[in-house]
Design a protein around this ligand. Structure first.
Ligand code: PLP
Length: 281
């Protein structure tokens, strides 16, 4: 594992954040999470572009150009010596005496590279259990903000009951998971929540929609209710860390026959091929 802060490589848990760093005190920043397979960061440019959008969404000017961030990520992976890794990076509004109003200081950029955590194989084979919870987040969920309290609390509530993920519901419609997007398959058609400020534009979500098109799976971006989800033939969550993970049950009610569905498996295979193609040759 390795850390990077404002131009320097450090040991990952070295004490380097001043108390009055705004990410630390206010959660005043944005982040990205990228997986590295066989030394290659998957869909890195997409993640860096989203970081820029998130930063712009809260008026943070990144301290580096997108090209510089790309170079830092690649150098950090090299320095870590890891082949299968996860890279986390964040930009915050910087260090200034605590005051809500924006300070006139430059932003901070930190990054870690750590060994990849693996989702148990069994979760892919059997699917995961989920619960439905009220979406208590703010109105700008398209920004990948450091403020994750509602996500953390919902995830904890799910985990307490032995569930892998909480699926959030706002005004009667499914938005997304606490750290994932949600997909449903019904009569061979793929459904997912449309991009609005209610959800994060998942990089994996986007890749899946393209793969679906390439496999002639019709996809529809449309709001759907928890009932529609419960009555689906198949359902899955997607994210950088889990890729595609079949949903076995929602609130203890099985989806379909409770087994990962064919469309889900097809899309996951295609995603794995895309990933493996990214470092082949
Ligand atoms: N939605 C939320 C709230 C997330 O935190 C994440 C990722 O952590 C996702 C969706 C999935 O996004 P991605 O596929 O870019 O990892």
């Amino acid at each position: 594992s390795i850390g990077f802060i404002n131009g320097q490589f450090i040991e990952i848990n070295q004490a380097v954040i001043p108390i009055e760093e705004r990410g630390h005190q206010f959660g005043d920043g944005v982040y990205e999470f990228v997986k590295v397979y066989n030394s290659v960061p998957f869909l890195l440019e997409e993640h860096i572009n989203r970081l820029e959008k998130s930063a712009a969404g809260i008026d943070i000017k990144l301290p580096y150009s997108l090209g510089e961030i790309k170079a830092i990520v690649i150098e950090s992976i090299k320095k870590s010596g890891l082949k299968d890794a996860e890279v986390y990076f964040q930009a915050t509004r910087g260090i200034a005496p605590r005051n809500h109003a924006f300070p006139d200081v430059s932003s901070s950029f930190t990054l870690t590279v750590k060994p990849s955590r693996k989702v148990p194989k069994q979760s892919y084979e059997e699917g995961i259990d989920t619960i439905l919870l009220e979406d208590e987040r703010w109105g700008r969920c398209h920004i990948k903000s450091l403020n994750l309290l509602p996500n953390i609390l919902a995830k904890h509530q799910a985990a307490k009951g032995g569930n892998f993920e909480a699926i959030l519901v706002k005004d009667g419609y499914v938005t997304e998971g606490t750290s994932s997007n949600v997909f449903v398959v019904k009569n061979g058609v793929l459904y997912t929540t449309p991009l609005t400020s209610n959800i994060l534009a998942g990089i994996t979500r986007e890749a899946i929609l393209k793969l679906a098109e390439s496999a002639n799976v019709v996809s529809i971006e449309k709001k759907f209710t928890p009932e529609f989800l419960s009555e689906a033939d198949e359902a899955f969550i997607s994210s950088t860390s889990v890729e595609i993970l079949p949903i076995r049950a929602v609130n203890q009610q099985l989806i379909g026959n409770g087994k990962p569905g064919e469309t889900t498996k097809t899309l996951h295979n295609l995603l794995c091929k895309l990933r493996d193609g990214s470092f082949a040759s």
